[in-house]
Design a protein around this ligand. Structure first.
Ligand code: ADP
Ligand code: ZN
Ligand code: ZN
Length: 827
């Protein structure tokens, strides 16, 4: 008899622990285990988890009895070797547990865990013939109980290896996980109804109707048939499927449709509905490039011969997208894949539409706000190297995790955007920097695009690490907007302000409106009013969980915390001095909206911020209305600064430049320059030279002066000196450690302990501990320790030392209750 081998597998689980876990493989699974496939394993007390095998070996784990693998979920690996290499890099570089990386990387459909709850699929068509006995049992239970977790299912079936059953039920579209439902399940296929094969001629249909009209008990079914005919499902020997939902909307009863289906009069089938909206079918006629665009394109190609990463520094409106399109086409012609990274996908629908117009179905959009099934579809299609679809993937940062096989080019548009960095949860990775690492695994090229590159990026380009191509003219020789300042100090003195608006800006707004032109106003804060303060004693309402003032939201008439979700009704009198002279200080987007209707009566104002765009399509709707000129003034936060392209905007107002400039953050100046330049770029893009008005108390501020002169390089040079003098990036690399604890006194001691340990190895490179700007969030106090290390240092070594010190720190029992959040390259 052949000897059976005893195998062990190392499995990564979606838990924040640095190591893989070892499990024993039951003999009967020996043939099915492979690296990269998912397995179900017991974890913790009677919990099942799904993990991925990263290693198969025969080494018996020492010191403990290993548990058995419960089930193997896949026939073939679901991740590639390159992906796994990337996971490892992220885990090491950002000091994040591999389990966290896996969690961020996999679409949630791949991660069935103990907390997963399943429900009946809202569109389940009720065809039970295809179910196995076990599957049927789950279905039956769900009809009674609505939702079940995996443990309950395991109990019902009396077996432990339930994942294969779940997987099959999901594939057969009988059940859905709760997470999917939460993501507003939007089906790509829908149920259609049409007459069965036996009823495909006038005579057959007539006879059928006759039968049903002669039977009084079949009145409801007759109605269904007549509605179907009315909706045009049958015409002169031609049959057209009709949406079942449409039929029901027209009064047809769902159960009668089912009966007719059983009686083989009607056929119900599931058909794809095109995901591309009508009217946006592929139109592959590219725009011909301007001379400047063409030479930039040529320069990029030349640059790519020597440099793997190239920065395209092109002013706003220079036509970078058309250059991207040419480069993408080149890759497609060679059969290669393209990854196009964007800061926040919802914010760039215009760009998605442009690319879909050129490349049609080849474009896949991968974003966490999208339906999980679509994400899995893109994942699988790439994994199986299906080159007919999704050769171009457009995505936010998480798209770097996809199983690319043959990546030729990565484009990172608006590469300076801070939203490429994930802050919560871990891994705190930067999508742009990760893309550059991913590049190397595929020997692909990276093009970074921006009108206002990040300091680090431009530094790398200047040093020759990256190629640099500049495009300093707008397309169509349009002039850069003319930028003015409104001096708030002077206007306050002269009493020319109208509430928060300078007389200067009001004049310009009136002029634009008279010319039937549109206006964008930028305010870096949402809500009605950041602070409600007592005029007498200065008291202002604070969040009870966090150390921040509450913001007044007028529409809902509540005071709200932007850090946790605490809210409370506004108070009528000051609780400290009992005065009722409560006054609003500062101003948010909601208040601006109100004031505008007083200053400019009859004007149509719309806000664009996180509060107005919560619903899935509201962002798109607002932009469409603005494009259709149903809105005169768009008031918004950061959202209005990004990549929007409207041709009737002649004026942009920046309401509070000082607030941006005064933020206590080493990137405040860089960000202020970027924001002001980007939002300025929305002005006057097609018709004529646009205008920008910046309201400020400090019109001579050097950042504002560089914005006025469109002088990125000047700003860069100046800021670089500051960065060098104060030991900041790009000269130094930073790692922030945030300690969190409910007890401020304990936190104080623990932070001091950790800082001491770090100073012992890193010396003066350690700063703090200090309280951050907001020192309490959700009832936990925070302290930050910053590490600044010369960029020439070995960062692998630095992180290893740091991890060692943290481990030492935690080995003291007293310290175990504090949480440490590690943020490498904070943004
Ligand atoms: P950027 O992304 O650099 O700010 P865009 O790519 O949005 O600039 O281009 C600005 C405007 O110029 C867009 O309306 C775009 O349609 C137009 N445009 C750019 N290149 C061309 C071209 N070659 N032919 C016609 N229109 C172009
Ligand atoms: Zn008071
Ligand atoms: Zn709060």
């Amino acid at each position: 008899m052949e000897e059976r081998k005893t195998y062990f597998v190392d499995v990564i689980l979606p838990v924040p622990i640095n190591n893989a876990f070892t499990y024993r493989v039951p003999f009967e699974m020996n043939e099915h285990i492979k690296t990269g496939v998912r397995v179900v394993v017991p974890f913790g007390r009677s919990k099942l988890q799904t993990g991925i095998i990263i290693k198969i070996h025969e080494k018996v784990p020492e010191g403990y009895q290993s548990k058995y693998v419960e089930a193997v979920l896949d026939d073939a690996p679901i991740i590639t070797g390159k992906q796994f290499k990337l996971w490892n890099w992220i885990s090491e570089y950002y000091m994040a547990p591999l389990g966290d990386v896996m969690n961020a990387a996999l679409p949630s459909n791949f991660k069935l865990g103990s907390e997963t709850k399943v429900l009946l699929h809202p569109e389940y068509e009720g065809n039970l013939d295809r179910l196995t006995d076990k599957e049927y049992q789950v279905f039956e239970a769900l009809e009674i109980q609505n939702e079940l977790d995996l443990k309950e299912i395991s109990d019902i079936l009396g077996i432990k290896t339930i994942q294969p059953v779940i997987k099959s039920l999901i594939e057969k579209r009988v059940i859905i996980t709760q997470e999917d439902l939460k993501q507003k399940y939007a089906p790509k296929t829908q149920l259609f109804v049409e007459f069965a094969k036996a009823y495909q001629s006038d005579e057959q249909i007539e006879a059928l109707i006759k039968v049903y009209s002669e039977n009084a008990r079949k009145k409801k079914q007759l109605d269904v048939l007549l509605t179907l005919l009315k909706l045009g499902s049958y015409k002169q020997g031609e049959s057209t499927p009709i949406l079942r939902s449409e039929l029901v909307e027209h009064g047809a009863s769902a159960s009668s449709i089912n009966t007719l289906n059983k009686d083989e009069v009607l056929e119900i089938k599931r058909l794809e509905i095109s995901r591309l909206a009508e009217g946006s079918e592929a139109d592959s006629s590219f725009k011909s490039l301007s001379e400047a665009q063409q030479s930039a394109l040529d320069e990029i190609r030349t640059s790519f011969i020597e440099k793997d990463v190239t920065l395209l520094h092109g002013v706003t409106g220079s036509g970078k997208t058309e250059i991207y399109v040419e480069l993408i086409q080149e890759q497609l012609d060679q059969g290669k894949q393209v990854l196009f990274l964007l800061p926040e996908i919802a914010l760039t629908t215009q760009l998605i539409q442009r690319l879909q117009r050129y490349f049609g179905d080849k474009v896949g959009v991968y974003h966490s706000r999208f339906n999980q099934n679509e994400r899995v579809e893109i994942w699988n299609s790439l994994l199986h190297n299906d080159t007919t679809k999704f050769q171009i993937v457009l995505g936010a940062r998480s798209a770097v995790f996809l199983p690319f096989r043959n990546l030729g080019l990565i484009i990172v548009d608006e590469e300076h955007e801070s939203s490429f960095k994930q802050y919560d949860p871990s891994p705190r990775y930067n999508g742009r920097d990760t893309a550059i690492v991913l590049r190397a695994f595929h020997d692909a090229k990276v093009l970074l695009g921006s009108a206002t590159p990040a300091m680090e990026t431009f530094f790398n380009a200047e040093e020759g690490k990256y190629g640099l191509v500049s495009l300093d003219k707008r397309f169509g020789d349009l002039m850069m907007p003319e930028i003015f300042t409104a001096n708030l100090k002077k206007e306050k003195r002269d009493k020319t302000m109208q509430s928060d608006f300078s007389g200067f800006l009001v004049e310009h707004m009136k002029e634009a409106l008279e010319n039937k032109e549109q206006i964008i106003l930028f305010q870096n804060r949402r809500g009605y009013n950041p602070v409600w303060a007592c005029e007498v004693c200065g008291w202002n309402p604070h969040c009870k969980n966090c150390d921040v003032s509450l913001t007044y939201h007028k529409n809902s008439n509540i005071l709200k915390c932007h850090y946790c979700s605490y809210f409370t009704p506004p108070v009528g009198a000051c609780p400290k001095c009992q005065s009722n002279r409560l006054k609003m200080i500062g101003f948010g987007t909601e208040k601006i909206e109100d004031e505008l209707s007083i200053i400019l009566p009859g004007v149509r104002v719309q806000r664009l911020d996180l509060d107005t765009t919560r619903q899935k399509n509201s962002y798109e709707n607002i932009l469409r209305d603005f494009d259709d000129r149903k809105i005169d003034i768009l008031v918004g936060t950061q959202m209005v600064t990004k990549g929007l392209d409207f041709d009737n905007v002649s004026l942009v107002g920046i309401l509070d430049a000082d607030m941006m400039l005064n933020r206590p953050d080493f990137r405040a100046f860089e960000r202020s320059y970027q924001l002001m330049s980007q939002v300025s770029g929305r002005s006057g893009r097609k018709t004529k030279r646009g205008k920008v008005v910046i309201q400020t108390y400090d019109p001579d501020h050097w950042i504002i002066q560089h914005v006025i002169n469109h002088d990125f390089i000047g700003m860069y040079k100046n800021e670089l000196i500051e960065r060098k003098n104060y030991f900041y990036p790009p000269f130094y690399k930073m790692i922030n450690l945030t300690l969190k604890h409910r007890d401020p006194n304990k936190l104080e001691m623990m932070a001091a302990d950790l800082a001491d340990r770090l100073v012992a190895v890193f010396g003066s490179r350690v700063l703090g501990p200090e309280f951050p700007v907001v020192k309490r969030i959700q009832n936990s106090y925070l302290k930050v320790i910053r590490l600044k290390v010369e960029r020439e240092a070995s960062h692998k070594k630095v992180k290893k030392l740091l991890q060692q010190k943290i481990d030492d720190f935690y080995s003291v029992a007293y310290n175990k209750s504090v949480r440490i959040i590690i943020d490498v390259d904070p943004s």
